[in-house]
Ligand binder design. Structure first.
Ligand code: UDP
Length: 481
């Protein structure tokens, strides 16, 4: 079994008054059709990076809407994640090709994960290249399979793309952040465009009183009497942390006392992070006024929230960027952003809203200085940015897009006969006399195990809301508890 990530319950109602009403209403309406549908999201890490942020926030809401949504992670060793990071980099255009041994490592781990993936779901979303190989290596079952690509694949390295492409062929649909990221010879006919979104109620984005935020940053050693700019991101060359330090040095010549905080998290599937971290700490030592923090030294969601709130300007100087959730996170707090003109970033800051797009360290430094010297203008940019995020980049909109896709995919094909599978785990079950059964509303359900049956009996309505099992005439319900 692939490891399950526990996300706990949360309610969509909490988003009333925060996200637009129309989106929340549509979401409830579309979800009615999908009640009971079993949805699985698979990625490579339960923490670190944008995908795990999205899943941690979104899955509880799908469950609240009556779907049965799970999040599982694949298993892989360092070697595998080195290869998948190379694939990730190659898809973003890096020159390195994969060696034969690396191709085999990807295939071998994908095969092992395909074997571990025994369950059956109505909809399976595989996020990014790490789990993508599994589908072609296992029985596709009865579900619909969706590849969710979060990467800027507009100009992939042709050799790396040629390697991954065949693994993607069997998918029913694919989702990209922007239309321009879809490679020209993409093998899946059904392609949807859905930008990611931030969760306005997560600890990272929830309202935080100014004195609390100040206390949090002072406690970790930030001097709030001095101007502060920050970049929050994984230690990744595409996020250009060294370019940020360079821009900071130029800006500090004109804004004495300026401080820079580089806050980076280490992700399980990003082994490159440590190398970049070492380079960053070395460069930081050579430039006074730079603080480097990581999740491993206790700088977590609340600290990120406080940094994004109290920085005069948030920086995201990416060279390539799938989306860059951090941009929306900072704008949501009304903080203006100076960011690389890359990938999904301009989408968030369209029409000059939210801050300044830059192409180099020099431009970055100039934009920082201009905003630090004109706080009224900076605040106005931040205010407009927040309004844009509210309209386009909050979680309920993303969930609505995903549910609409599932609804359309389900309509396109006959729905799985529900009589022959366990409504809890989704596995096919025989009609053998030893198969555990339970009845609910005169319909008999069968289970792979007593554990699933017991789970079902705790809340049968939840598991049967979407089921199409017909009550068989004359069937005497058994095991009615
Ligand atoms: N993040 C964090 N702590 C850090 C650095 C990053 O919590 O020290 C979070 C950040 O707030 C954002 C996510 O990690 O929610 C990064 O997502 P993004 O889309 O910006 O980049 P990715 O890492 O997916 O390339």
């Amino acid at each position: 079994m692939l490891e399950l990530v526990d996300v706990g319950p949360r309610s969509l109602d909490a988003y009333r008054g925060v996200a637009p009403d129309a989106v929340l209403d549509d979401l409830r309406r579309v979800a009615t059709d999908l009640r009971g549908a079993r949805v699985l999201h698979v990625n490579a890490t339960p923490y670190g990076g944008g995908v795990s942020e999205l899943l941690r926030s979104g899955l509880p809401i799908l469950n609240d809407l009556g779907l049965v949504a799970h999040w599982r992670i694949i298993r892989g060793d360092d070697r595998f994640f080195q290869v998948t990071k190379k694939i990730h980099n190659g898809l973003q255009g890096a020159a390195d090709d994969l060696t034969e041994a690396e191709r085999e490592a990807y295939l071998g781990t994908s095969r092992r994960n395909a074997e571990l993936f025994a369950e059956d779901y109505d909809f399976v979303f595989l996020h990014d290249p790490q789990p993508a190989g599994m589908l072609s290596l296992r029985d596709r079952g009865t579900g619909r399979w969706i590849w969710r690509c979060h990467i800027d694949t507009a100009q992939p390295n042709p050799a790396v793309w040629a390697f991954l492409r065949p693994y993607l062929e069997p998918f029913d649909a694919a989702v990209f952040t922007m239309a321009e990221f879809v490679p020209p010879d993409f093998p899946v006919a059904r392609v949807e465009i859905m930008p990611p979104a931030i969760d306005p109620l997560s600890p990272k984005n929830m309202p935080l009183a100014e004195d609390t935020a100040r206390g949090v940053l002072q406690w970790i050693g930030v001097d709030l009497n001095r101007p502060l700019v920050s970049q929050i991101s994984r230690f990744d060359p595409w996020k250009d942390p060294l370019g940020v330090i360079e821009a900071f040095r130029l800006a500090r010549d004109q804004v004495p006392n300026l401080q820079l905080a580089l806050v980076g998290s280490m992700a399980l599937d990003d082994p490159e992070g440590w190398d970049v971290y070492r380079q960053v700490t070395e460069a930081a030592r050579a430039a006074s006024g730079v603080h480097v923090f990581t999740n491993l030294t206790g700088v977590g969601n609340i600290e990120v929230n406080a940094f994004q709130r109290l920085s005069q300007v948030a920086i995201q100087k990416s060279i390539r960027e799938g989306f860059g959730l951090v941009v929306s996170e900072a704008l949501w707090k009304g903080t203006p952003v100076v960011a690389g003109n890359a990938g999904g970033i301009p989408l968030q800051m369209a029409d000059g809203v939210g801050g300044v797009l830059v192409e180099s360290s020099d431009e970055c430094a100039k934009a920082l200085v201009a905003l630090l010297r004109d706080p009224d203008h900076a605040r106005e940019l931040g205010r407009q940015g927040r309004a844009r995020v509210r309209e386009h980049f909050l979680l309920p909109r993303l969930l609505l897009n995903e549910l609409e896709l599932m609804q359309e995919l389900a309509a396109g094909r006959p729905v799985v006969p529900a009589e022959d599978r366990d409504p809890v785990c989704g596995m096919a079950v025989s009609r053998d006399a030893r198969t555990p059964e339970a009845s609910f509303e005169h319909v008999v359900y069968r289970f792979c195990s007593n554990a699933c049956r017991d789970q079902f009996l705790e809340d049968p309505a939840h598991y049967t809301a979407h089921t199409r099992v017909p009550a068989r005439e004359g069937e005497v319900p058994r095991n009615v508890d």
